[in-house]
Design a protein around this ligand. Structure first.
Ligand SMILES: [Zn+2]
Length: 357
């Protein structure tokens, strides 16, 4: 399993609207896997692989019948913050891009990305430290408005180097631990990894496929599936596969019936969330394929939340759509954790199933 690629994807910063570094990494990584690669106005990287015959040979289009188009959507953005101002003392105010639980936003180490370079910074809400905090202070949950970044630089330096519109992300490194991996950017570099590694497996095994396989590495999912809408419109697919993380609440404090997925039990077949309901025939077909290939899998429903599959399903003339997900603990925190077995099951399922479409 190519853990090194996942690490590099996770450690490359990219918030909604600023995915260019992640896109750059992916562009280098996919050399030789696709026949056409383009970037649209929203920054989506759209990669097309024409049908392949026996031995992996490119099949020339003939007779005017176009191949079925299968679109895999993998969002490149991660949640983060934009700079909204610098005060006279050099403290930087921020606004979130994507959903944060502000209970998790005390004493965070951040990477601040600017035109003049990347800088380390501390993120904290305003207020007194524990020694002098009142009981009311301690119980308070901060608002995003109260958060500020401290770069350690004198105010005049900060004002020179940092401007409104710069952005920051958690700086915590990618870690392998036990059978798992942890990084603040698992959502959704996991899907970027899958979009590359599944096609790499198809290429390596010279698997024939009658369909055109299109992988769109999309932008701005965390703020409303924005990139997925334009890429779905451009591709005009017949089948859309939204690849993303989902919750894995198989942890203390969550009732058994709310766990969503259980880690280590395989790739998630995403039945529904609040943005779309997967095509049940595709779910059945995918499940049969998983069984035939002995790939660990689990059916899963997310009661709240959405993902790019909805855009593929509902854009233009619409498409049959399905979700393929990887159960992730502690989502939207700096400790997002996935099980390597679930991730490799997702890759194996995509590599086995997509060529059959
Ligand atoms: Zn996501």
């Amino acid at each position: 399993m190519n853990v090194d690629l996942l690490k590099r994807l996770c450690e490359t910063p990219g918030v909604p609207g600023r995915e260019e570094r992640v896109r750059g990494l992916i562009e280098k990584e996919i050399k030789g896997l696709f026949d056409e690669v383009s970037t649209d106005a929203l920054g989506n990287l759209i990669c097309r692989r024409h049908p392949r015959g026996k031995g992996g040979k490119v099949v020339k289009a003939s007779g005017g019948k176009r191949p079925q188009r299968v679109l895999l959507l993998c969002h490149m953005d991660q949640i983060g913050f934009y700079v909204r101002g610098v005060d006279d003392k050099g403290f930087i105010r921020v606004v979130n891009a994507g959903g944060f639980d502000t209970r998790n936003l005390f004493s965070r180490r951040m990477t601040l990305v600017t035109d003049s370079g990347d800088y380390p910074a501390a993120l904290n809400p305003g207020g007194r430290p524990v020694h002098i905090a009142s009981e009311a202070d301690k119980a308070k949950i901060p608002d995003v408005k109260e958060l500020f970044l401290d770069t350690g630089m004198p105010a005049d330096q900060v004002k020179k180097k940092v401007k409104i519109g710069d952005y920051c992300v958690y700086s915590d490194p990618f870690v392998e631990l036990g059978e798992k991996c942890m990084s603040p950017a698992m959502d959704n570099r996991v899907a970027c990894w899958l979009g590359i590694e599944a096609v790499r497996q198809i290429e390596r095994e010279k698997t024939a496929h009658a369909c055109e396989i299109i992988v769109a590495f999309t932008t701005q999912e965390e703020v409303g599936l924005r990139g997925a809408k334009t890429s779905s419109s451009i591709v005009d697919c017949d089948i859309g596969i939204g690849i993303d993380v989902t919750l894995s609440c198989d942890t203390p404090g969550v009732p058994e019936d709310e766990k969503v997925t259980e880690q280590g039990k395989g790739v998630g077949l995403h039945i529904m969330d609040s943005s779309f309901i997967s095509d049940y025939r595709l779910i059945d077909d995918m499940e049969q394929c998983a069984k035939r290939n002995r790939i660990a899998h689990q059916r899963t429903i997310l009661m709240r939340g959405g993902q790019d599959g909805a855009a593929a399903q509902q854009t233009g003339r619409g498409a049959r759509a399905v979700g393929v997900v990887v159960g992730t603990r502690y989502i939207h925190t700096t400790t997002e954790m996935i099980h390597k077995r679930d991730l490799s099951a997702a890759r194996d399922l995509l590599a086995a199933w997509v060529p059959t479409l």
